[in-house]
Design a protein around this ligand. Structure first.
Ligand code: SF4
Length: 66
């Protein structure tokens, strides 16, 4: 598997495997937007999401935590 894809998949699996909805939401946002080869942590990249119409926008993970 390509390295970029495998790093993303590892993070998605880790987040999705957490109990409760928090990790599942995080995993969905990572799947949607995170690129390990771009600058910024996965949280920072998701914080910078520019799709306020997305139903997950208000609950997306940010660099502040959660
Ligand atoms: S909030 Fe942004 S990063 Fe998360 S799923 Fe929606 S569009 Fe994707």
């Amino acid at each position: 598997m390509e390295k970029r894809a495998s790093r993303r998949d590892e993070l998605i699996n880790k987040q999705a495997g957490k109990p409760g909805l928090r990790g599942k939401i995080n995993a969905k946002c990572v799947e949607c937007i995170y690129d390990p080869y771009q600058s910024g942590t996965w949280r920072k990249q998701i914080e910078n999401c520019t799709a306020p119409a997305c139903p997950l926008y208000e609950v997306r993970p940010t660099s502040e935590g959660s």
